[in-house]
Write a protein that binds this ligand. Structure first.
Ligand code: AMP
Ligand code: MG
Length: 399
């Protein structure tokens, strides 16, 4: 049996075989949540002309007043004439600066009597109140980089840059398969020798933002034929994720089922705790991640392997987990020697507290955690106050 792979090597090996899915053109709002397949280049200049940044009056700079108000310019209703010395135009925020005017007097600094305008002594006309043409972006500017995930602000920017649609990557189609003879599909009807299946739904919830759809398939019995037949039903999906049956017990049918289906096992077992019996396999363009059955192991391996895969397929350029550093509030024992360990924890500000419960089936401590401490196998004992590596959980505990 080959030794378990170190985490970083396993991630590298898995992700080296993953390429972004094909790009497609979608309307800007429907591109929300997707990753750009190409940079966005502005097709227009914004603002297209000088605008007022304030409600007030537009006039020539350097004239002391008083001024005669000769017209108005409002957003969408420009003043078409010229502004001469001693003249002012009522102007509202976002309205085009009239020709000839190069300063704005804020309304708060003006005293108006009929059509006569004077300073009230609190401020002067200023060019600072003008938003210059193109100050935000100019035609031809690259305003969003390839690989950007489209959020609400990006939607507004792309539309303002004159785009009706965007080139974004297709999102992966995911299938989540729960396996195990002990699993009940109905959480409300669960015999003493059963447990409600929960891993597939947990993984689907974790994956939600990165997938086109998740199909739930399970529970599948611990039979090679049944599991191989389930794989065959989903051969057109991008990623199949299973949980359970990945170890070496008599009822651990995942690897034989993958072989019976005709998949190639890329690697098996990672030197991490929880999560050692992870299986990675491929058939054609379909990637299979066999997560361990214990829920905490499933959660941690999904976070470290499945989510990076889904992000990379979706076109993300930053797809690996991005840990932060925080100081532990408790002493940490030396690393376990053989395996990198992930400790459920609560992070608050720059301080992180490991939770007591470490059993890999314990769901309450998983739900209470908002972070994982990454604790290397060779870490020496660390007193409280030591900086440690922490992964914030994206979608996990009660933050
Ligand atoms: P296994 O790796 O199949 O031996 O499973 C390890 C432990 O995880 C067992 O106690 C299983 O009952 C539990 N388990 C496996 N699959 C699931 C699942 N889909 N939902 C909840 N618990 C599971
Ligand atoms: Mg099992």
């Amino acid at each position: 049996m080959t030794p378990p792979l170190p985490l970083a090597e396993a991630q590298r090996r898995l992700l080296a075989g993953v390429a972004p899915l094909a790009p497609e053109q979608r309307t800007v709002l429907d591109a929300h949540g997707r990753y750009l397949a190409a940079p966005v280049i502005a097709r227009r200049t914004q603002p297209a002309a000088d605008l007022s940044a304030m409600d007030g009056y537009a006039m020539q700079a350097g004239t002391p007043g008083p001024w005669r108000v000769i017209g108005e310019t409002a957003a969408g209703h420009p003043f078409t004439g010229d502004v001469g010395a001693g003249e002012a135009i009522r102007i509202s925020t976002g309205a085009l600066m009239p020709r000839g005017a190069d300063a704005v007097l804020m309304q708060e600094n003006a005293r108006r009597t009929g059509d006569t305008l004077a300073l009230n002594g609190e401020g002067e006309p200023s060019a600072r109140h003008i938003r210059r043409a193109g100050f935000d972006f100019r035609i031809g500017d690259g305003v969003l980089a390839k690989g950007t995930r489209i959020g609400a602000a990006h939607v507004a920017l792309a539309l303002s840059a004159g785009q009706a649609s965007l080139a974004v990557h297709r999102l992966p189609r995911l299938v989540a398969i729960d396996t195990g003879d002990e699993l009940s599909p109905d959480p409300e009807r669960c015999a003493e020798d059963q447990i409600p299946m929960s891993n597939g739904a947990m993984v689907a919830a974790l994956a939600r933002g990165y997938v086109e759809q998740v199909t739930m398939a399970g529970p599948v019995r611990d039979e090679v034929g049944a599991l191989a037949a389930t794989f065959a039903r989903f051969a057109d999906c991008d990623v199949i994720v299973t949980s359970g049956g990945a170890s070496v017990g008599d009822h651990d049918v995942l690897r034989p089922a993958l072989e019976a289906w005709g998949a190639t096992i890329d690697f098996w077992r990672v030197a991490m705790k929880p999560g050692k019996p992870l299986v990675i396999a491929r058939k054609g363009a379909t990637l299979v991640l066999g997560l361990p059955g214990n829920p905490v192991s499933s959660y941690v391996t999904a976070t470290m392997f499945l989510l990076p895969v889904l992000r990379k397929l979706a076109g993300a350029t930053e797809y690996l987990p991005a840990p932060v550093t925080a100081r532990t509030t408790r002493d940490l024992q030396a690393g376990s020697g053989g395996r990198l360990e992930f400790l459920r924890a609560r992070i608050e500000g720059d301080r992180v507290t490991p939770l007591e419960e470490r059993d890999s089936s314990a769901l309450r401590s998983l739900a209470a955690a908002n972070a994982l401490i990454e604790w290397p196998a060779d870490a020496p004992m660390a007193p409280a106050g030591t900086p440690v590596t922490v992964h914030r959980l994206e979608n996990g505990g009660i933050a």
